[in-house]
Design a protein around this ligand. Structure first.
Ligand code: HEC
Length: 399
């Protein structure tokens, strides 16, 4: 028996332990009760608002699906149509009144995973697209065998709007088909303890304090930012124009890629290149810089050195483009005096910045955008009042 197999019963026993299964309620935590209201009217209001605005995605207890949604047609290429139909139904008085009953039932939280586990198109979420754009599980990639055929058959969610990090302007980006473009709904169990929020932990502060009080401090600030997006952090350069936070380098930096991480086609070129261009291809590594302070980090971290879904021959023009890009960069960066300031580095880097944006796998830079449910920014929904939001938050604390 393998080690993993031998340990499996312990893992099963852990998950079957009633203490683990019950979740960790704030009310049961030391001093937890001090952070919660017991006012029944407030909690009742919170339940209604949760039922009408959140439960379509964040509850595993739900009304029966209407006959117009044929689950047999929903897998793979038919998924988006089914999702849209489901989302339309979730806005109807029929769905909402049934859901209110379910949420108000005294056993609503018992055995509720607080998620539907559905894939939500990022066009509806408007969240940062880089996680839904991840390529690991698509056909022909490293986790190909761990993802389903129905995932690989998913249609494109359509176009999203992204901000250009160099001028703050909005542009469109077409999301690919083949699995990317969706985010599954996370569970909200013990939400009080898990701030900051969203898949990239970008909404709310990280306090680094695991005490109940420390977690509640992070919860309060994070859930406020979720429901009042105008309280979220803004970009240091274009925040006044409404651009959300863009992670930018805080000091002048270098990008170093060890030869072993370069795709085969490029690695073969390192040797001759390090002979011709020793200052960017040092000891078998690719070294680009100085990259000026204020450069968007994702510009560098999401460079698509090779296309995932095409052959080596088809990738060759891309390598040629990359090489010419590097040559230009070298010329510009080499012309910098040793004690160059940020402004000079910025000018020298400018020729590299635009092409890098074209080569980016995910040209979406605002990290803490989206998930506007309850704010009225989602088509077909209405904004909650400040008092409504506060009542909803009180109910969320009981999860
Ligand atoms: C259309 C489906 C949908 C609706 C409606 C919805 N959510 Fe979400 N929610 C999601 C998805 C998907 C995510 C994950 C997004 C991400 O991380 O990028 C999420 C994430 C969250 C998170 C962060 C969880 C974490 O651990 O990071 C919170 C909190 C949350 N939702 C609360 C709410 C509340 C409160 C409402 C109602 C006002 C609501 N949601 C309505 C789909 C939905």
């Amino acid at each position: 028996m393998g080690a993993t197999e031998a340990q499996t019963p312990y893992l099963a026993a852990y998950f079957l332990n009633p203490k683990v299964q019950a979740g960790h309620r704030l009310a049961d935590a030391p001093e937890g009760a001090a952070h919660q209201t017991t006012d029944p009217a407030t909690l009742d209001k919170g339940k209604e608002l949760f039922a009408e605005n959140c439960a379509a995605c964040h509850s595993s207890k739900a009304p029966p699906l209407p006959a117009s949604i044929d689950l047999n047609a929903c897998n793979g290429s038919g998924y988006l149509d089914c999702w849209n139909e489901y989302w339309r139904w979730a806005q109807t008085p029929d769905f909402k009144s049934q859901m209110v009953e379910i949420v108000k039932a005294p056993d609503f939280l018992d055995g509720n995973y607080l998620s539907t586990d559905m894939r939500v198109p990022v066009t509806l979420l408007e969240t940062n697209a880089c996680s839904p754009l991840a390529t690991n599980a698509i056909a022909g990639n490293v986790w190909d065998n761990f993802s389903s055929q129905s995932y690989k058959d998913l249609p494109s969610v359509g176009e999203i709007r992204v901000r250009d990090p160099f001028n703050g302007k909005e542009k469109k980006f077409k999301m690919p088909a083949g699995g990317r473009g969706y985010t599954r709904v996370p569970s909200l169990i013990a939400l009080w303890s898990t701030a900051p929020y969203l898949v990239n932990n970008s909404v709310g502060p990280f306090t680094g304090d695991p005490s109940v009080a420390g977690r509640m401090k992070a919860f309060d600030a994070s859930i406020e930012q979720m429901l009042w997006p105008e309280r979220r952090m803004r970009d240091s350069e274009f925040g006044k124009g409404g651009v959300f936070l863009i992670d930018r380098t805080t000091v002048s930096s270098y990008l170093i890629v060890p030869g072993g991480f370069l795709p085969d086609g490029l690695r073969a070129l390192i040797d001759p290149l390090s002979r011709w261009l020793p200052s960017i291809f040092g000891e078998g590594e690719l070294r680009i810089g100085p990259i000026p302070k204020g450069t968007p980090v994702n510009l560098l971290s999401n460079t698509e050195l090779y296309k995932d879904d095409v052959t080596l021959a088809e990738n060759l023009p891309r390598y040629a483009e990359l090489i010419s890009l590097l040559k230009t960069a070298l010329k510009d960066l080499k012309s910098l005096p040793a004690n160059a300031g940020d402004e000079e580095a910025k000018k020298a880097f400018a020729n590299l910045a635009m092409p890098l944006l074209d080569l980016s796998k995910c040209p979406d830079f605002e990290v803490n955008r989206g998930h506007y449910f309850g704010t009225g920014k989602v088509a077909g929904t209405t904004a909650l009042t400040d008092d409504d939001k506060k009542a909803l938050i009180e109910f969320l604390k009981t999860f």
